[in-house]
Structure formats: structure tokens, C-alpha cells
Design a binder for this molecule. Sequence first.
Ligand SMILES: Nc1nc2c(ncn2[C@@H]2O[C@H](COP(=O)(O)OP(=O)(O)OP(=O)(O)O)[C@@H](O)[C@H]2O)c(=O)[nH]1
Ligand SMILES: Nc1nc2c(ncn2[C@@H]2O[C@H](COP(=O)(O)OP(=O)(O)OP(=O)(O)O)[C@@H](O)[C@H]2O)c(=O)[nH]1
Ligand SMILES: [Mg+2]
Ligand SMILES: [Mg+2]
Lengths: 279, 300
Amino acid sequence: FAGGTDIDEDVMSRLEETLVGTDIGVRTAYRLFEGIREKLGSASMKDASSVMRVIRQEIAAILKKRQSWLELPEGVRPFVIMVTGVNGSGKTTTIAKIARRFIGDGRSVIIASGDTFRAAAVEQLEHWAGKVGADFVKAHEGADPSAVAYDALEAAIARKKDVLIIDTAGRLHTKENLMEELKKTKRVLAKKLPGAPHSILLVLDATIGQNAIEQTRQFHKALGVTGIVLTKLDGSSKGGVIVGIADEFDIPIHYIGIGEGMDDLEAFDADAFVDALFL
Amino acid sequence: MITEGFKKAQLRLTGKTIIQERHIEEAIRDIRVSLLEADVEFHVVKGFTERVKAKALGEIVQTRVSHAGKKLKVGPQEHFIKICYDELVSLMGPVDTSLDLGNREVNAVMMVGLQGSGKTTTTAKLARHLKEKGKKPMMVAADVYRPAAIEQLKVLGKKLDIPVFSAPAKTPPEICRDSLEAAQFKGCDVVIFDTAGRTIVDEALMRELEDIKTAARPENILLVVDAMIGQESVNIAREFDRRLDMTGFILTKLDGDARGGAALSIKEVTKKPIKFVGMGEALDRLEEFRPDGLASRILG
Ligand SMILES: Nc1nc2c(ncn2[C@@H]2O[C@H](COP(=O)(O)OP(=O)(O)OP(=O)(O)O)[C@@H](O)[C@H]2O)c(=O)[nH]1
Ligand SMILES: Nc1nc2c(ncn2[C@@H]2O[C@H](COP(=O)(O)OP(=O)(O)OP(=O)(O)O)[C@@H](O)[C@H]2O)c(=O)[nH]1
Ligand SMILES: [Mg+2]
Ligand SMILES: [Mg+2]
């Protein structure tokens, strides 16, 4: 931030503190400052509130480019959604929320427990499927996740379901063998039904800091992520890291998670997000 | 990455025999960016860089560092790195991985933290660790909210051959209080409460933790934190600490590539020790915390 003498030092450091505190990240904050330097004359760069106003506009513009709701296209049945992300990010709970949304819109949904690894993962998803009114494909513990996905797709086709949502086990993007496992599941689905999976969601936890960027990078590289869900925005974290992600990756942001209940899902709204960011 | 910043800072000082204040200023700036990118909290970074700068300005030129009795003359860049490393290590120590398991017939450990941080898995890991050390642990299913949470703990208990106490019709404070008696009855000497994940803005659930503490008087209260956590680490740790006066914390998912800057932030702000680190999903992947391990991870 030391570049220009046209922005008051004190204003600068206070703005940096505000931005960094939301998890926007120091590099993205620097980029934003540089970006607005041209927009504002050097005189108004001394005034914190006008700089802040332009920064907010800039952030909203970046996020608006990615604001894109998950819609079910005509003639695709079953519409296959694969849900991925690191451990504990909120995948299983998000699946319940998304299923509930589609069922509320009059669609038939089938959910598959692709997490055959973690203790009681299947039971957790089974509970949710029952609560939201979705069909459920149960896997045996230790079953091959790709085989479960395949069986689920067969069931979805046979039962003429509108939507199939596949849960996967949490995994760190640094674990090559686990990332390969996801790629294999994707291949298996594509082979069974060309075009599947039609949606590959990456679930990101809003309490996470800069590592979310690397998570996005690696999951996107491995699978071609088609949509992001940002969870746990009902906590004290602002999820500002999504700004840098939106700036770097051309990936739609579909939803935000705002609680632990099956209705705690909202379509991503860039303006509302920016307002909440600086509350 | 923090390591990039430290390397950059090092390079700035390489080959210089006389370090000027501006060289130090520039090196400090690189470190600052690096630490922020590693999710160290903003004000913690400020304090850290000010201390390092003060030491560096005072010591950098013509310094000797003694290695195992032999006095070695090192260049300013190595000395600068040593100052950072020493400051990091001293920030994260002293090492205290002990648990208070001595003064009652049944001692208690209470695990708390945000949703998905790894409490249930770490409860099982800790139980296994204590069993290996000759204790007779019992795990307590105090999460009555999350679907299949009790089942999750039971499955882990079965795997480890460690008993699990649950009473889903009761409230978490009652469950934790009753577990002490159940443990005594079973001949167990330590209980571990696996509580539900919660956010600090949920007043009712934060109050519930205080109620559990009142009802069961756990000697140990451990905050379980995901190593990838961002800037809120300080506010979160402060709030849990303010309400519960925790005895330490555990950093999970350190087997990833998150730098774990939260460790510095939380330690600096609460002064509570890091007891353990989670290094994987498997139940044997729990290690006692070592500051030099985390410091060198950060320094690369
Ligand atoms: N407050 C809040 N909690 C959430 C949200 N989404 C999920 N959670 C909670 O986060 C915790 C983890 O959620 P899961 O759905 O099990 O996460 P997961 O990604 O499937 O976890 P793994 O399968 O173990 O990798 C649970 O306690 C959820 O209730 C959210 O939007 N807000
Ligand atoms: N890679 C890795 N994964 C971990 C570690 N600790 C826990 N996990 C995983 O993180 C996810 C969440 O773990 P849980 O133990 O269910 O977390 P929790 O805090 O009990 O979650 P809630 O009860 O919903 O708040 C699971 O997929 C675990 O396997 C760790 O040290 N490394
Ligand atoms: Mg899950
Ligand atoms: Mg749990």
C-alpha cells in the first residue's frame, strides 16, 4: 500500500484493516486499491468514505459477474449434481437444503451417499433425505464411491427422477489419491450418462481464510467446478475470500448457507453480500 | 504463502554487510504480507512485525550466533530469519501439552468449537491417545442436534473399544453431568464431552456451553480450531475464552497446506497453550504440539 502519497497513510491503514478483517486477503485488497486509484482523483483518495464507496462498487462488480443461480435446464433428466469440498465445509447439510429447494419447486429428487468413509456419514444423509422428502440411495460402509454413484444414477434413471444429488466424502485438496477418486466418480457418471455430472459444486466454508483460494484452484483443476456454495455465513466470519476467488476464477456462485436447518439456503446476491461484508 | 515472503525478505538482506534501516523496513513489509496471507490476524501481525523490527535494528550488523558452543558468524539475512524464527517460537511456546487428569476420580475434558472444526473426530483421537497412556476414557455424546452425531461417536467408540455415554432425551448439561456418574460406575477415569458445533453469535448455544461447565465442572476445556480458519480466529477464540476460560486449544487439519496462522493469533491473544494438532482423518493422527514444528512450517 506504500505506493502512492496521494492516499493518506492513516486512511490507508484503516481501510486495509477493514478489508483484511473480512478475509478479502491483502493481495486482493492491494489490487482493489490500485484499481480504484484511476477511478478517483488524488484529492478524493484522501477521504476514507469515498474510497470505501468505490471499493464497495468494485467488489460488487466482481461478484455480480459470478452471481448465477442453479437452474434446472429443460429436457435434462436426471440432472446430476456432484457435491465436493474439504472436510467439514457443509456438503451433506447443503445437499439437504438444495434438495428441499427443488422438491419445493415440484421436482423429484434422489440423493446418494457417496461418503462411504466417515463414521455415520450415510446415516446423517439418510436422516436428511427423510426430512426433505427425497429418495435415498444408501451405500455400505467401505463401498467404492464411484460404484455408489453409478448405482445411484441407474436408480435415478429407472425411477425417472428429476434430480440426482451425490454426496462425496470431505477431502483435503492436497491428497492426490482422494482427488483422483473424485475424478474417477466424474468419469463413471459421464460414461453412464453423457453430460453427467451436469453440475459439480464446490462447498466452501466462509470461516476459512486464504486457503479457500487454493481449494478452489485444486478442485477446479481436477474436476471443472461449475458452481460454488459459500456456507456458514450466519457466523461471525464474512467470507471475504470469495472476492479474490470471484476475481480469479470464472466459476458461478450459486448459493450461500446461513444456518444448520434445511431452509437455511439463499441464492447468492452480490449486493446483499457486499452490504453484509462491511456491516 | 508465508515462506515466499520470508525468502523475499532474506534475499533483500543477502550480500549486505551494512544493513540500513530501510532494508529492514522492506524486509518487514515482505514478512507482513506473508503473515497476513497465512491468515495470521491483522493486529497480531502488527505486534509481531514491530517486535521483529525493533530486534533487527538493534542486532543485525556484525552478529554472532552460537551453535552448540561453537561461535559462528552469520550474515544479516540468516540473522534476520533467526530473529523471526525465535520470535515465532517464543510466541507459540512455552510447550504445555498436559491435561489436568489428577484431582478427581473422574476427570473431564470438554471439546468446544465451530461447526465442522473436527471436535467429534478429535474426541475419538484424544480418547485413543489417553487409552494408550493407560487411562480409561469414556466419550460423551453431548451433541443432540446434528443428525447422526451420536451415531458418529458410537461408531468411533466401537472402533476403538471405548465406551460412549449418551442420553438423547436429556439436555447437554444434564448429559455431561450424568456422564461423570456413569463413568465412575463403569470404572472409567476420564470423560470427554463431544459438544455440538456452534457460532459465537448464537447466544443460546454459547450459554449452553457455560451451563455444561457449571453442571459438570470439566478440568479441561479445549477449543478445537480448523487450521484453515481466517481472520475471525481471534474474535472466536476470545469469545470462547471469555465465556469458558479454556485450558488450551487443538488445531486440526494440519495435514493440508493451510499455513495455520490462526495458531499464532489465538496463542498471542488468549495466552492459552496449543495442546495437540490433528494431522489426518485417521484416529491415530493426533500429535502433541511442538512450537518449532509449526514455526518452521511457517518459515519454510
Ligand atoms: N452455522 C452453520 N452451520 C452449518 C452450515 N452448513 C453446515 N453447517 C454445519 O457444519 C457442520 C458440518 O456440516 P456437514 O454437512 O456435515 O459438512 P460436510 O462437508 O458434509 O462434512 P464431511 O462430510 O465430514 O466432510 C454441521 O454441524 C452442520 O450443521 C451453515 O450454513 N451454517
Ligand atoms: N484431514 C483431516 N480431516 C479431519 C481432521 N480432523 C477432523 N477431520 C475431518 O473433518 C470433518 C469434520 O469432522 P467432525 O469431527 O465431524 O467435526 P465436528 O467439529 O465434530 O463437526 P460438528 O459436530 O458438525 O460441529 C470430518 O470429515 C473429519 O474426518 C484432521 O486433522 N485432518
Ligand atoms: Mg458430509
Ligand atoms: Mg461433531
